[in-house]
Design a protein around this ligand. Structure first.
Ligand SMILES: NC(=O)c1ccc[n+]([C@@H]2O[C@H](COP(=O)([O-])OP(=O)(O)OC[C@H]3O[C@@H](n4cnc5c(N)ncnc54)[C@H](OP(=O)(O)O)[C@@H]3O)[C@@H](O)[C@H]2O)c1
Length: 333
């Protein structure tokens, strides 16, 4: 198949390109050419900014693709532009949405694709609007869209993130065997998906007409706790992590600017059902080893000098010192 990936050089789309080439598709990317890693010489690249609507749509209408995977459609304007560019012209269109359309607040765990769309962040609300427009086009005239909602996805092309957010200096903290903070008891669950595994899912749906007009969660089937994630990162760095748990509300009260993002995403247990994708796209069977995948991701960060020094800020050290000193205030009680 001739497949266009809008994006193609970042995190998830890099895994998709690998999976497409593995299956001998002819791959074209559309991006601005800003990413530090050059794409594989096996792909063709069209440079442009998809937000320059006329230029993007003119360029796309002068091309012919069997399938399009849109990795950077973030709002209804992006989706409307994609419809102007590709309606009636492609056999399959994959929209990359997100599980953040379901929350926070999330209405429960093991949420399937029928779960209420509760996403309250601008990111979630805009994705909901983009998905809605594309599904309307499917209902109106059979626009062959499939919507994928990945859980948290990591891999080369993106920094390895931690639960409490912030920059990449936490990797340096672990390397230096400094303790790290985690919010809550470290036992809230996430579904950490490797971009290689995600790529196989995106490739495998192509051409499946029964998936038109459908939404699929694409999560790692095995939820893991944030403690497991942080310990796996330490294992990938070949050191032992020391994790200090602090109530989330306390962290946010200490620095809303630094820790406020917890309430918008990583502070919540997020578990989504993979039953539908397992039924309709059985090739999606995540099998990447977590620690090895993290080693690869961190090696990418090191290659691009993305691991900042942890000596530039002492906020985390001061919080940890205060937490560790807290029991001494209650001695004798
Ligand atoms: N990572 C996650 O945990 C996660 C989870 C759920 C959903 N998602 C969704 O996954 C999608 C992709 O996320 P990703 O972070 O993995 O990124 P990606 O698709 O792998 O990388 C972004 C790509 O888009 C290109 N790009 C960015 N802005 C552009 C523009 N205005 N015009 C043309 N090209 C542009 C970038 O190249 P240039 O900079 O060179 O243009 C790069 O190739 C997003 O829709 C996101 O909502 C991600």
């Amino acid at each position: 198949m001739e497949v266009l990936v809008i994006g193609g050089t970042g995190n998830i789309s890099r895994g998709i390109v690998t999976a497409l080439l593995d299956q001998n598709h002819e791959v074209t990317l559309f991006n601005r050419g800003r990413h530090p890693d050059p794409p594989s010489s096996d792909v063709r690249v069209i440079h442009g900014d998809r937000r320059q609507r006329k230029d993007f749509e003119d360029k796309m209408r002068s091309e012919a693709f069997d399938a399009v995977i849109d990795m950077i459609s973030f709002d209804a304007e992006d989706a409307a532009s994609a419809l102007r560019a590709f309606r009636w012209r492609v056999a399959h269109f994959i929209q990359c949405s997100t599980v953040m359309t379901y929350g926070p607040p999330f209405s429960g765990i093991n949420l399937d694709e029928e779960a209420p769309l509760n996403g309250q962040s601008k990111y979630g609300l805009d994705k909901i609007a983009a998905d809605k427009l594309l599904l309307e086009a499917y209902r109106e005239d059979g626009f062959p869209v499939t919507i994928f909602k990945p859980s948290y996805t990591y891999g080369p092309g993106m920094d390895v993130q931690r639960q409490v957010g912030g920059d990449s200096s936490w990797i340096d903290r672990i390397r230096q065997e400094k303790p790290i903070l985690s919010a809550g008891d470290g036992l809230s669950y996430f579904q950490f998906l490797s971009s290689h595994d995600a790529g196989v899912g995106f490739e495998s749906v192509l051409g499946r007409s029964k998936c038109f007009g459908e939404i699929y969660n694409i999560p790692h089937p095995q939820p893991r706790t944030w403690d497991q994630w942080h310990y796996a990162v330490a294992e990938a760095l070949d050191v032992k992590a020391k994790i200090i748990h602090v109530p989330q509300d306390v962290l946010i009260a200490i620095s809303p600017e630094r820790f406020g993002g917890l309430s918008m995403n990583f502070g919540h247990t997020q578990i989504f059902s993979n039953s539908k994708i397992a039924r309709d796209i059985p090739e999606f069977q995540p099998k990447q080893d977590l620690v090895k995948s993290l080693e690869e991701n961190i090696a990418w960060m090191d290659r691009h000098n993305r691991v900042h020094s942890s000596d530039d800020s002492d906020l985390e050290d001061r919080i940890i010192a205060a937490i560790e000193a807290l029991p001494s205030h209650f001695e004798g009680n």
